[in-house]
Design a protein around this ligand. Structure first.
Ligand code: SF4
Ligand code: SF4
Ligand code: SF4
Length: 266
């Protein structure tokens, strides 16, 4: 991988390459340049996760001539596809260097793709919704229990905006979550459940199921399950899976059998 990046930079295929570098024992996103090829010695290609595509987008926006190389896992590729669909990224100046994903715990092979990769199902004996709870386990609950468990989770939120800031497809110039007429900034408690329902509605047809928001949430709210749920609704209604180029925008509802297959893979 280092050799490919080196060649891309030396041959001028790209002007910069966005990947990861170990600095003082910490792996952080890094912009590798041709003038600093020695930096590639510290390049890392392990299971590190930041929204690199969001950073690449900003670099491309700042300089209309720069060509950017990007280390791309499967979720990165889905995010790039989604950003293209949102007309939020100049794909002509972006080169992806694909990197295989790691298998999820308990899996022997990688099955990561929008709405199909999920961790093991957690035990629902506690209050709220433990991280890792599957959609099937949630769907099996009665409506009032589902409601009270989600409210328990939403009330833990302290409106840090980390879920939005790390999200690769949250790229709006003005974010509704900071619209003072709807959600006040700098005040607590969080508007429950408005804050989360607004974001969930926005993620329907947009979330590419990378899970970064859930990893980033300091309150350990199971955000991925929430957005998977709205994603399933969109798929059921329109057959659309965000980030998958091959699926047309309007494709008609899925059959019961297709929905069962979909749910059993999660
Ligand atoms: S899983 Fe979370 S961070 Fe990833 S695209 Fe969906 S909402 Fe954004
Ligand atoms: S939360 Fe909604 S309004 Fe805010 S950046 Fe994301 S999609 Fe845009
Ligand atoms: S990251 Fe968690 S605590 Fe922060 S705003 Fe999002 S849901 Fe709330």
């Amino acid at each position: 991988m280092r050799d490919t990046i080196r060649k891309w930079l030396e041959d001028g295929v790209v002007d910069v390459f966005l990947g990861y570098k170990a600095v003082d024992g910490h792996v952080i996103p890094w912009i590798f340049k041709k003038s600093e090829l020695d930096e590639l010695d510290a390049f890392c290609d392990g299971p590190y996760r930041y929204p690199l595509e969001k950073m690449a987008r900003e670099i491309l926006q700042e300089d209309e001539h720069v060509r950017v190389g990007l280390l791309a896992r499967q979720c990165t590729e889905r995010a790039v596809t989604m950003l293209q669909a949102l007309q939020a990224l100049d794909r002509q100046r972006l080169w992806l260097l694909s990197r295989a994903c790691c298998a999820s715990p308990g899996q022997t092979q990688v099955v990561c793709s929008a709405l199909t990769c999920h961790e093991t199902s957690a035990d629902l004996t506690e209050e709220g919704i433990p991280e890792g709870t599957s959609i099937q386990a949630l769907e099996a609950l009665q409506s009032d229990e589902k409601f009270s468990r989600w409210m328990y989770e939403f009330e833990k939120c302290f409106k840090c905006y980390g879920c939005r800031d790390i999200c690769p497809v949250c790229v709006c110039k003005e974010c509704t979550l900071q619209d003072p007429e709807l959600i006040e900034t700098g005040s607590l408690p969080t508007e429950v459940p408005l804050f989360h329902l607004v974001r969930a509605v926005h993620m329907a047809g947009r979330c590419i199921d990378c899970g970064l928001c859930e990893e980033a949430c300091p309150a350990h709210i199971p955000l991925r399950a929430l957005y998977q749920k709205v994603g399933l609704v969109v798929r059921e209604l329109y057959g659309y899976v965000p980030g998958q180029e091959t699926v047309p925008l309007i494709w008609g509802p899925l059959s019961d059998g297709e929905l069962e297959t979909l749910a059993s893979g999660m």
